[in-house]
Design a protein around this ligand. Structure first.
Ligand code: NAP
Length: 342
């Protein structure tokens, strides 16, 4: 029933109009700052449109300056359904997530020019590339891009997220990990094939299994960071607890975007009938990042489903978290792997 309602969601309970004015949200005399990977297309583009028109300082992390430049005018001149307010600003940081080596230099430069980071969306993704596609460091392309690179980015952004949370209203600083309904098809028993995470030994004719695994990875990292963010918010000298970052994973919905660029023409024709406009995926991501009800303690580590509702992760992935400690296991593994690059 839950899967069906994610494929055919009910009408919207949250829209762009519910997004608050973002300028000076924390009553500081500058913009609130938002970062999103893959923000110049698909779902990410719709998130940026709303953030910009509600007054946020929006940082798009992506691999093509050219693609960014082709959408800037569209974002700035077309507010869509967003309520009127003073627009914010847009900027671009060039990072190819398929190469761990270029993340740190770009983010180091960015961190010199921002003083806070309110919400980050780990949104960029690649789906179903030809079997055998790899990142520069030899990771299976979907695993390397969707999970390993975002983990490295997260490690670099954690200090600024933590310090922003400490000086901001509770629940307003968040890390959003974009998963998919596909995580329900991730490998059994627990979602991650730790014995052969890049599927070099396991024969696979299609790349869907590594896509599904990568989306289970997003769920696990959101859950694990939810626990760690509470610990990161150390006690201050006077013994008061500081506010911490809220960590959430989500399925944005099945949408008409460029994500299916590697899929066959036939499958794209068939899927066309059950795909929704990309704007609705943007609403799901905005709900996770900005809605008051997802910024509460009970939602830390939670999962959002289309188009902006609380949902449940797949049973076997949940079992892995609670019975086999898969969140910590993945975190510790990635921490070792990205160490040389951060
Ligand atoms: N569309 C759906 O039905 C659906 C369903 C469930 C989950 N999702 C998830 O939603 C997220 C957004 O996808 P979308 O549907 O908006 O697809 P999209 O339009 O293809 O957007 C994906 C973004 O990721 C970027 N990206 C891919 N590889 C990258 C790399 N190596 N370095 C930097 N950026 C890279 C792409 O940049 P380029 O254009 O330069 O390649 C693009 O901006 C993904 O995580 C996806 O898995 C989508």
């Amino acid at each position: 029933m839950s899967l069906l309602s994610q494929i055919f969601p009910p009408s919207l309970a949250y829209t762009e109009k519910d997004v608050p004015e973002l300028f000076g949200k924390a009553r500081l005399c500058h913009y609130s700052v938002y970062l999103i990977t893959g923000g110049y297309s698909g779902v990410g583009l719709e998130v940026c449109r709303v953030l910009y028109h509600r007054g946020g300082r929006v940082i798009i992390v992506g691999r093509s300056q050219e693609s960014y430049e082709t959408v800037v005018e569209d974002i700035m001149t077309n507010p869509g359904e967003t309520a009127d307010s003073e627009p914010g600003s847009l900027e671009f940081v060039k990072v190819d997530l398929a190469d761990l080596a270029n993340i740190n230099p770009a983010i180091e430069k960015l961190l010199r020019r921002i003083e806070r980071l309110d919400v980050v969306w780990y949104n960029a993704g690649v789906m179903f590339p030809p079997v055998g596609s790899k990142t520069k460091q030899g990771y299976e392309l979907q695993w390397g891009t969707n999970v390993v690179a975002h983990f490295a980015l997260h490690k670099l952004l954690t200090p600024i997220l933590t310090s922003t949370a400490a000086s901001s209203p509770a629940g307003t600083v968040r890390a959003i990990w974009v998963s998919s309904i596909a995580h329900t098809r991730s490998p059994k028993p627990y979602g991650i094939n730790f014995d052969d995470i890049n599927y070099t030994k396991t024969r696979s004719l299609f790349s869907w299994i590594t896509y599904a695994q990568s989306k289970a990875g997003a769920v696990l990292l959101a859950d694990e960071y939810a626990k760690r963010s509470v610990v990161d918010a150390a006690l201050s000298e006077d013994g008061t607890k500081k506010n911490h970052v809220i960590s959430i994973s989500l399925n944005p919905g099945n949408l008409k975007t460029n994500l299916r660029r590697h899929s066959s023409r036939l499958s794209n024709i068939l899927f066309h009938f059950i795909l929704y406009p990309q704007r609705l995926g943007g609403i799901t991501e905005l709900y996770g990042g900005l809605a008051p009800e997802t910024g509460v303690e009970e939602f830390n580590g939670g999962y959002v489903i289309p188009f902006g509702r609380k949902g449940e992760i797949a049973t076997h992935v949940k079992k892995g978290l609670t019975e086999a400690g898969t969140g910590k296991k993945l975190w510790d593994l990635l921490e070792e792997e990205v160490k040389p690059y951060i």
